[in-house]
Design a protein around this ligand. Structure first.
Ligand code: ADP
Length: 652
């Protein structure tokens, strides 16, 4: 099955485009995937900072609420006058407004004067870490604390009944005073009350705080502020979490049952990085059955001890949708690019193929006989232009060959008709000529004729002999003589021929050298005819040669030029004579072509020689340059072909 070149071109183009598209898709998709994940990690880290702001804002808000309460003149009066109902009322209102889980007033000796809900026993002394801090430093404080179950049961019994406590199994190396008792985490503030507003004796401390365990406000508003523009469902929403040690105590992360994942833990590695080493940490891990990108930062209590962590986590699958969308767009863009490349290839292949189609059409025209086909305008592409040029050259050479073969046919026809004419004329002239010669000789033998008549008769004899020579040439040319082949040593034949012209050469002062080839095979030929060929060529060479010139004759085994591998012998006859201009070379084998003076040449020598050599199945070629001499190469085949020719000859 043949495919069109255009199809192949487009197909190759398609393969290359798809390969390039595929590779760029593969690499592009990977890069996009990584870029989206990196972006997601960065976003999560930024969200963590926002969550921390929210956390600190809540801490500062508690401090502010307590501060405002101590600044009121009524508060100081009630405190100094120990007006417990008024103080409790104030504490209740403050706790309600600031959303506090516990608040109270501690005296400078550590006893609690009163607290929210009014359940104070003045002598109760539970360990209140924030009060302890404010007393020791004599300064306001707001921050994170861990408080024991006992503390919370005393301070806010109702709240204590609703939350879960955890024992902090902290492995902080600096946590020598870690609370072994179950505790919870809270944000709290404590404001010292001095004798004179801000100075003087420390009279007591106003404290208050909010328990973080199971609280929702901070984590929910942290999530809102960090991801305010994300519209997602409850389950896929990013989550903010407060950890006490490694336990989630407040979170909006949803577990598999759809509840807030309070009480679940993170890996020890996170604790090691964040709580022990105090570093910010991001990770991509499976948690609660889903893959999360999480960022963590440590939470330190007011004493500077890292007690928990704040974290923000986003579901990796959220970004999966973005990734898929981007990759889909990328695939669409790449596909579009590949398709446009293919489309372009289809149209670009057209101008490439147009000259090819025109050449195909032109080839058909040539095969139908038109040797001037239209190959169209010359292409601008180098290779195509070369192809067009080569095609044109080829057509030119076809044209030349055709003309040459037509010439050859013409030549043969010319030779044949001249031959027929010559044969007829020669026959007719030969007999009367013999009569003329015989009678002239008879007249010469007579004794009663004077010298004048005798010399006239001599002229008649010479002229008649010349006419006879011409007639013989005509007969030779018309192949009236039959071949008489016999095995021959070509070197011997040449030696014998040279002997015939030696004297003539000597007289003209021209040297004849024969370089006889060794081990030449015997060749079956008509010795008389081939000798006349050699003789004619040597005489032509002698005619052309200048005195002191050279004629070099050589013989060698040679394969035929037109019949590849056919063995034969080549005889070369070269001279240093006048040579011939190129236009003569095509004519010298024509009968009656001669450049010699009238009476000197008949113009039949070479045409007769060619006829004889052809009859033997051989060829003659000639090389010559004017002024540099000429060389004739006679190639004769060895026996096999001669036999064929002979049988062909016999059949004629
Ligand atoms: P003729 O010798 O009678 O002229 P040929 O057919 O033998 O006829 O030769 C034809 C012509 O070819 C010669 O007239 C001559 O012009 C040319 N020719 C042949 N052989 C040579 C040669 N060796 N050197 C130069 N010209 C030659």
């Amino acid at each position: 099955m043949f495919h069109s070149t255009r199809f192949k071109l487009i197909f190759s183009f398609l393969c290359v485009s798809f390969l390039a598209g595929g590779i760029s898709l593969f690499i592009g998709a990977r890069l996009l995937y990584d870029a989206v994940l990196m972006e997601a990690t960065n976003q999560t880290r930024l969200a963590l900072n926002a969550a921390e702001d929210v956390y600190q804002t809540h801490v500062r808000f508690i401090g502010l609420a307590l501060n405002i309460t101590t600044l009121g003149i009524g508060f100081r009066t009630s405190f100094i006058e120990r007006n417990i109902p008024d103080l409790v009322d104030r504490l209740d209102r403050m706790a309600k407004n600031a959303d506090l889980d516990f608040s109270g007033i501690a005296l400078s000796d550590g006893r609690t004067l009163c607290r929210t809900g009014g359940n104070a026993a003045v002598d109760s002394r539970t360990d209140n870490p924030i009060v302890r801090y404010a007393m020791n430093k004599g300064a306001s404080i707001a921050g994170t604390i861990t408080v024991s179950r006992t503390f919370l049961e005393t301070e806010a019994p109702e709240r204590a009944g609703h939350i879960k406590f955890y024992s902090s199994q902290t492995s902080c190396p600096d946590a020598a005073d870690a609370e072994p008792e179950e505790s919870c985490m809270a944000i709290a503030a404590a404001i010292p009350i001095f004798e004179y507003r801000t100075t003087g004796r420390l009279l007591g401390v106003l404290y208050g705080g909010r328990v973080l365990n199971q609280s929702t406000e901070i984590v929910d508003s942290a999530r809102k502020s960090a991801f305010f523009d994300e519209i997602q469902s409850e389950t896929t929403m990013p989550a903010a979490t407060i950890f006490f040690d490694t336990v989630r105590i407040a979170t909006n992360m949803i577990d598999q049952k759809g509840n807030r994942a309070v009480g679940t833990r993170v890996s020890g590695e996170v604790k090691q990085q964040v709580i022990v080493r105090g570093k910010e940490w991001t990770q991509r891990r499976e948690d609660l059955g889903d893959k999360y990108i999480s960022a963590f930062m440590p939470i330190s209590d007011v004493f500077g001890k890292r007690v928990g962590m704040l974290s923000v986590a986003t579901l990796e699958s959220n970004y999966g949708a973005v990734q898929r969308k981007l990759i889909f767009l990328f695939i669409v863009a790449t596909g579009f690019g590949v398709l446009s490349a293919v489309g372009m290839g289809y149209f670009l292949a057209r101008p490439i193929m147009a000259p090819v189609h025109r050449l195909i059409k032109a080839s058909r025209e040539v095969s139908e006989g038109n040797v001037s086909p239209d190959t169209g305008p010359l292409s601008k592409d180098r290779e195509m232009a070369l192809l067009q040029k080569t095609f044109k050259d080829m057509v030119e050479s076809v044209k030349r060959t055709r003309m040459a073969s037509q010439n050859q046919i013409l030549q043969s026809e010319k030779q044949a008709s001249v031959g027929r004419l010559a044969a007829g004329v020669a026959h007719e002239i030969n007999n009367p000529l013999t009569g003329v010669l015989t009678y002239t000789h008879m007249l010469l033998r007579r004794t009663d004729i004077n010298d004048d008549i005798r010399s006239d008769l001599q002229v008649i004899i010479e002229s008649t002999e010349r006419v006879r020579k011409i007639v013989k040439g005509l007969l030779d040319f018309s192949r009236q003589t039959k071949l008489d082949p016999e095995p021959t040593e070509i070197n011997r034949l040449m030696d014998a021929t040279i002997k015939l012209v030696e004297n003539q050469a000597l007289l003209k002062g021209v040297g004849i050298h024969f370089e006889a080839g060794d081990n030449l095979p015997m060749i079956v030929l008509d010795q008389n005819q081939i000798q006349s060929v050699f003789l004619n060529m040597i005489l032509n060479a002698l005619d052309a040669a200048k005195p002191s010139g050279e004629i070099t004759i050589s013989s060698r085994p040679a394969l035929s030029a037109n019949d590849i591998g056919h063995p034969g012998i080549e005889v070369a006859i070269a001279d240093t004579g006048s040579g011939m201009p190129p236009e003569y070379l095509s004519q010298i084998f024509d009968p009656f072509f001669s450049t010699k003076d009238v009476g000197k040449g008949t113009g039949l020598g070479l045409s007769v020689s060619l006829g004889i050599v052809k009859e033997h199945g051989g060829t003659i070629r000639v090389q010559s340059e004017p002024g540099k001499g000429a060389a004739f190469f006679i190639w004769l085949p060895v026996e096999r072909q001669v036999e064929q020719d002979e049988s062909a000859g016999r059949g004629r």
